[in-house]
Write a protein that binds this ligand. Structure first.
Ligand code: 9MR
Length: 577
């Protein structure tokens, strides 16, 4: 298998912000500098220069040059870069490059709602479908779901609703927590960042059934999952009351293609875990402060669930999900929950101001350890302390000036390293070296971009912004495979992500993923049969294939689209500002 990498001239196929950095990469064996020209759509030359030979890029094992046309600030569509006989994909220069991505990336969540009809008026006929996993045959609904036979319980849960995690039909509290938090943070950013446009996420901004209810649509979307997270909590009076069940999914993996409402299998709730409980605590605590102005009773219910969950986690601090519990759904196991404790304590402190939470977060062994809170490979569902630290640094909260300065210092220290990484990387990506091309590597890149963007919001330092935009360049085409990893964006976008019913590759009557769906990305561990078969020997950043069965390189998930939505929102605000 030889990937079709198209032109060796690699650019952001969507485009470059008018006042932002503008760089690309050229794959060539040539060792000396080469001439490049930037041409406008009508073929006239807009700029020219020479490339900088860089040697072999370790992530791709390609010999590359870089080129830079940051000086060009004339907006337009259809620009191309030519080097010798090679022409790049076309791209734009302008300020309005991320507005559609902001709403498309968020639309992903409504598309993947469980327990509700997906309305043709909101998504179009090809994406409309009946409600999934309510008690309508052949479904065995999530309303009144029982515990897994291996660890039975005496109660049922009404856990209909929530989002499907990914290409599968599972619903996981661990991953639901971080995804919800990142949507909530996209909204919270509009309250704290100077240039943020709240209206772009406000009521009427998204195609969701709740639009017109005077609540920001992004909060309506988050509520769909917050309700599910709360529904996964063990009821009062039961053993382990207040803990959250780790996950809910089918008895065995469903096959592809299969629409949610066609799934005939039993659905089962798996045992509680401390990590899930702390995800509930953190996300619900954040939700409580953001819903307060819109629905005080709901905010109270969220805070109540968060406090109960946190207390339950303190009383049962090392109940880990079983790493072998991976039949019918992913394990999402994690045997270190120090970071989840840090995150939950931070959110509860921000929301309540209570000293006990302040002590828990500031007294954590993680606090002040920048490398632990902000791992170079990116924060993730299994490493969540960064979420707490970012919110402590940006929100109005009860930290003293000195305490806040320390948290802000952690963010900028992490961002300094990431900005330097992006600057050194020959494809501009803020992901250091070759070790971090893991399952979902694009989300690791994006979460590093979130750290950079937050540092930019906090300080106004353009070097951080440049790191974010350079990360977007990588995601949108300036990469070793010359692919845009976001469906519908760029000339060479991926569109066969692993998904049960966006399965056009398997059944022509089904659609491809809708615009704004980001693929997991290169994963050098080759953890699915397609990758194992076709990608042997790949360089780390090239271990990717746009094939529906390659779930370990090409899936979509809520926790990957959530940072995409956060970042598109940030970048759209930049363009407007
Ligand atoms: O995103 C998860 C990744 O970090 C893990 O390495 C991988 C294997 O455990 O699982 C990923 O999560 C998958 C989950 O288990 C099931 N739904 C789809 C998720 C994305 O592939």
């Amino acid at each position: 298998y030889e990937p079709d990498t198209g032109s060796p001239v690699r650019v952001n196929q969507v485009g470059y912000l008018t006042d932002g950095p503008k760089a690309g990469t050229y794959v060539t064996e040539a060792t000396g500098a080469l001439a490049w020209t930037l041409n406008a759509a009508d073929g006239t030359e807009a700029a020219s220069g020479t490339t900088t030979p860089q040697g072999v890029d370790p992530t791709s094992e390609q010999n590359v040059h870089t080129f830079d046309f940051s000086g060009v600030t004339e907006p337009g569509d259809g620009y191309t870069v030519t080097i010798g006989e090679h022409v790049s994909e076309p791209f734009s220069i302008g300020d309005d490059l991320y507005a559609d991505l902001r709403t498309d990336a968020l639309a992903y969540f409504y598309h993947n709602r469980s327990g509700i009809e997906i309305d043709a008026d909101l998504v179009g006929e090809e994406y409309a479908r009946p409600a999934g996993h309510v008690n309508v045959a052949p479904n065995q609904g999530d309303d009144g779901v029982t515990c897994w036979a291996a660890t039975p319980c005496d109660y049922t849960l009404d856990a209909a609703g929530g989002w499907y995690d990914a290409g599968d039909h599972g619903k996981y509290v661990v991953n639901g927590g971080i995804a919800t938090a990142q949507l909530l943070s996209a909204w919270e950013r509009t309250l704290t960042a100077e240039n943020a446009d709240g209206e772009a996420l406000g009521d009427g901004s998204l195609a969701v059934p709740e639009r017109g209810n005077d609540v920001p649509d992004i909060l309506d979307e988050a509520r769909w999952e917050l309700d599910f997270l709360m529904a996964m909590q063990v009821p009062a009076g039961e053993p382990m009351a207040g803990m959250a069940h780790h996950k809910l999914h089918d008895r065995a993996w469903t096959g592809l293609p299969l629409l949610p409402h066609q799934d005939p299998q039993p659905r089962e709730v798996h045992p509680p875990s401390t990590a899930a409980t702390l995800n509930l605590a953190a996300a619900a605590a954040q939700g409580a402060r953001l819903f307060e102005p819109y629905d005080a009773a709901y905010a109270d219910a969220l805070l109540d669930a968060a406090v109960t969950a946190y207390d339950a986690a303190l009383a049962d601090p090392d109940r880990y999900a079983d790493p072998n519990d991976g039949v019918g759904g992913g394990a999402y196991s994690d045997n270190n929950v120090t970071d989840e404790f840090y995150w939950a304590a931070a959110e509860l402190f921000i929301t309540t101001g209570e000293d006990t939470y302040r002590q828990d977060v500031l007294g954590s062994e993680l606090h002040g350890d920048t490398d632990a809170v902000f791992p170079a490979g990116g924060f993730s569902w299994g490493s969540t302390a960064a979420l707490g630290a970012l919110n402590l640094a940006t929100t109005d909260n009860g930290l003293t000036a000195a305490q806040r300065a320390e948290v802000v210092g952690m963010v900028t220290e992490a961002a300094d390293a990431l900005a330097a990484t992006a600057d050194d990387a020959l494809y501009g990506v803020p992901l250091a070296g070759t070790d971090f091309y893991v399952w979902g590597s694009n989300s690791q890149v994006m979460n590093n971009m979130v750290v950079l963007a937050t540092a930019h919001d906090l300080t106004g330092d353009a070097a951080y912004r440049d790191g974010v935009l350079s990360g977007f360049d990588y995601l949108l085409g300036r990469n070793p495979l010359n692919l845009s990893y976001v469906t519908g964006y760029g000339e060479r976008d991926v569109r066969n992500q692993h998904h049960r019913h966006w399965a056009n590759q398997l059944n022509a009557s089904l659609p491809n993923p809708p615009a704004g769906s980001v693929a997991g990305g290169p994963n050098s561990a080759l953890q699915d049969p397609i990758a194992e078969d076709l990608l042997q020997g790949c360089a780390p950043a090239m271990c990717y294939i746009d094939h529906i069965e390659s779930y370990a390189t090409n899936e979509v998930t809520i926790n990957w689209n959530a940072p995409l939505a956060w970042l598109a929102s940030y970048a759209d605000d930049l363009g407007a500002g």
